[in-house]
Design a protein around this ligand. Sequence first.
Ligand code: NA7
Length: 566
Amino acid sequence: MVDINAGDGPENVDVLVIGAGLSGLYILYCLRQRGLSARAFEAASGVGGTWYWNRYPGARVDVESVQYAYHFSDELLAEWTWSERFATQPELLRYVDYVADRFELRRDVTFDTRVVSAHFDDDANQWTLKTDRGHVATARYCIMATGSLSTPYRPPFPGLEDFEGEWYHTAMWPHDAVDFTGKRVGIVGTGSTGIQAIPVVAEQARHLTVFQRTPNYTSPARNRPLEAGEQAAFLARHEEWRADVRNTFAAMTGFPLPTKFADEDTAEQRRAWLEQRWEEGGMPHSLLTAYKGVPVDEGANRVVADFVRDKIHEIVADPEVAERLCPPVDLPIGAKRPPIDTDYYATFNRDNVRLVDVKAAPIQRMTSTGLQTADAHYELDAIIFATGFDAMTGTLLNIDIRGPGGCALAEAWADGPATYLGLMVAGLANLFMINGPGSPSVKANMIVALEQHTDWIMGLLDHMNADGLDRVEAKGDAQAEWVEHAREVAEATLMPRADSWYVGANIPGKKRVYMPYYGGFDRYSDLCEAIAADGYRGFTLSRHGDGAPRDAASREAPGAEATGRN
Ligand code: NA7
């Protein structure tokens, strides 16, 4: 890579990639397969994205390891052995490192470098990227593989600079082991991250205070070592699995789909059936698919939510603490990201764990010795912020992205994110995003989703190269239809009702938009394929400088009826 400070000219490649997480690496692999040159910039010192940064105690994936893996290479599938049903962060990072080495991908990555701007030059028909270390690089195409949960959010509590203890954000965890032995630790946040970290930190710390604003529904992961032969059995029918997974809502298999409505069972039958799901544990969708209509129907949702509330009372010895852990009845189960856990609720039976309700008495400030809420001061030696991310849009909007004619992403998204298929933004030619807002990504197995996105983009690039085309742009009306379709699909469900990161409610001032596509990975993939088969309907494909753009989009854009599903 050249450095403008060294006096070299900018490096020109076919495709610039931002990010060397799971998406960025697969993109580099695919580009190289096609003989296209690429340069990736990565803010971290290593590959791995999410699994590079989130090193907090208890971090692990909650899609089964054998499924949460790349599926593009039979050799890779055969070479790697997973040790647990749900892999830990260190194992996942070892895996991503292995993949990067196995396919010699690092040589295309510039590490420790953050992209600060991406501007499109209309005449040259190319993107120019600039980085915080002075690099300048140009390419015809740019792919944002920037992750959905990659800009950590820490509420701006005053007084943190006065705190004399240690403090951490879970997504910026130190590389050296943190030892809480003998310490009074406080943790803010009970999302998926807090729920993973709390039981582990509680075992080590002298005392743990959990500052909970909104109680969360969680169910047991039932993690365990993978038994000999389990992975081999999965791989033996991998081709079949690939076909099956393509037709699933969440890009994962392994839990039976609902066959009946809750009111078709008696109360005893419901209890027994939900108990069975609870005991089996596993992926978060397991409880949500126990009955038809859980994501869309208040009554069905309430059956499952009440079951979890009962479980909390059954597990937690102190009824007052149990009640404080129960999510409010107007919070549908599944509307916030559903976590799975190991001994989360039981942790509140420990003598060294205290639960503090910071909705009733909000956190006011940090002090030199701890944390002050509206009604008490808590003495702490360490504070952990498990307070999440500026999800799905934060990282993209932190880059000054300007398309042809100076069209700025920040302006295009002033009223909330709008994309066509979560892949492109009207006005930003030749710029793609992986797992962007408007894609099903975060509601799905992210690796299967990113492979689908990347394969689709590669198909488009192949098509354009074959036809001598070099510019692609999403059409405004196709984008508007997609946004409306995605909105209708979400609005037909209970999902947008929670103040979650899915709707941006965790970030003060962020426009409330349900950002993921909730129509299902299966329906989304079908639409992507149909759109491609229809000459990339809704996209304008052209040859730069050739006069009128070649427009394949005379027919209707996306079109799929809005129903809440699953
Ligand atoms: P989440 O799911 O956004 O959770 C953040 C937590 O932090 C949540 O419990 C918040 O409470 C809490 N929070 C945020 N701000 C405050 C303030 N000011 N005071 C008290 N508590 C606060 O982030 P995670 O890291 O757990 O998970 C993100 C995703 O990563 C996860 O869904 C997986 O997809 C992987 P709230 O619920 O907003 O009341």
